[in-house]
Design a protein around this ligand. Structure first.
Ligand code: BGC
Length: 368
């Protein structure tokens, strides 16, 4: 009798300890979240697209993930990272709202031993970033600039410059790429800058410093906000005389701002034609391109970026070292990076690149 009690109590202890261990291991995987994903805002189709592509890619994966949006606020972003840390994530994939302000959020993650992957936008001025997955952003800007060159005729073509938010490192890369091809064409009189005295003052410089670009961005930033883009375009067209209208070229940094700017230029009776750039291949802009209201977009295949980011995350979870193709200086360290190419889309190839490739469905558009 005594003996059997002993056996039962030992069994009870073993059962209790194994229950405790099971509970702990559940907790360690943070109610199951191994990869946390933080995106900048739901207010732009670009990032909703990324969310969808992450969901598509993860639908039959064994890894548990959670996606949170920061709604254009660095404070909310930090809160999101903390929420994910509390759930026990091992890898953080993050596209920062503000590249420098995100430093403290990723430093908190690093302290917990989490691997940090910057997604599309670099996090700057911190050593708490392990990897960066990105498109070739200089090539995006260069493609936009080259498109304006290829589609403008004659000389003294008024050139309207617009840029992204200064808090986003990409805004500088896009502008740098565009300037590298446009500057020689400004210097040789093909284009005349219409809306930035700072850019005019620098028009003989082939390469601009970050500070010089900041001065130009200070005048022509859209802050990635279509409303701000619209207001600026209206102000610019009101300020100029007829000699800066007629057939014009417009460097618009992305699709959301391109549509807003294009709508303003389209309603000015002294603007006879405009060529306007974009990027992201947002559905609304694809329709604008089909309708001849936006001239081009730079297609960045988000499926590839998602695949690269998740591939890296899985490598890390499996204890392997992710493959990279280069590095980006973030002002503090060289961040190992994997970079993806981009594709220029205009009316002539919109169907082959975006529909035939299976990126979008034909019935999402009219007049294809
Ligand atoms: C992204 C663009 C996007 C822009 C505004 C950039 O960092 O690379 O694709 O249009 O932010 O959200």
């Amino acid at each position: 009798m005594r003996k059997s009690w002993k056996v039962i109590s030992v069994l009870l202890v073993v059962a209790f300890v194994s229950m405790m261990l099971a509970a702990c291991s559940n907790d360690a995987s943070g109610s199951g979240v191994s990869v946390g994903i933080v995106l900048p805002t739901k207010d732009e189709p670009r990032w909703v697209q990324d969310e969808q592509r992450f969901k598509d890619a993860l639908s039959d994966s064994d890894y548990t993930t959670e996606i949170l949006f920061s709604q254009g606020s660095s404070a909310k972003e930090k809160e999101n990272v903390e929420t994910l840390l509390n759930k026990g994530i091992e890898v953080l994939i993050i596209a920062p709202h503000d590249g420098a302000a995100a430093g403290s959020a990723v430093e908190a993650a690093k302290k917990e031993g989490v691997t940090v992957i910057a997604y599309d936008r670099l996090i700057t001025e911190t050593d708490a970033v392990d990897y960066y997955v990105t498109f070739d952003s200089i090539a995006v800007g260069a493609a936009q600039g080259q498109f304006l060159i290829n589609n403008s005729e004659g000389s003294n073509v008024p050139l309207y410059l617009y840029a992204g938010a200064s808090s986003d490192n990409n805004a500088f890369l896009f502008f740098e790429g565009a300037w590298s091809v446009l500057q020689p064409k400004i210097a040789d009189g093909t284009f005349v800058i219409a809306n930035s005295s700072e850019a005019e003052a620098l028009q003989d410089k082939a390469e601009l410093t970050r500070d010089e670009m900041s001065r130009i961005l200070g005048q022509v930033t859209t802050n990635w906000d279509p409303n701000e883009a619209k207001n600026k375009a209206q102000t610019h067209l009101t300020a100029v005389g007829g000699e800066l209208k007629g057939d014009v070229a417009i460097l618009a940094p992305n699709d959301g701002t391109a549509r807003a700017i294009a709508d303003v230029f389209a309603t000015d009776s002294e603007v006879t034609s405009y060529v306007v750039t974009g990027q992201d291949a947002e559905k609304a802009s694809v329709q604008y391109i089909i309708d001849g209201k936006q001239s081009m977009t730079v297609f960045k295949d988000v499926r590839t970026l998602v695949k690269d980011a998740m591939g890296m995350a899985i490598d890390v979870l499996d204890g392997n070292t992710p493959a990279t193709t280069g590095a980006y200086d973030n002002g503090s360290i060289e961040v190992k990076a994997k970079q993806t190419d981009v594709i220029v889309v205009e009316q002539t190839n919109v169907k082959s690149e975006l529909i035939d490739s299976g990126y979008y469905e034909a019935d999402e558009f009219t007049g294809l």
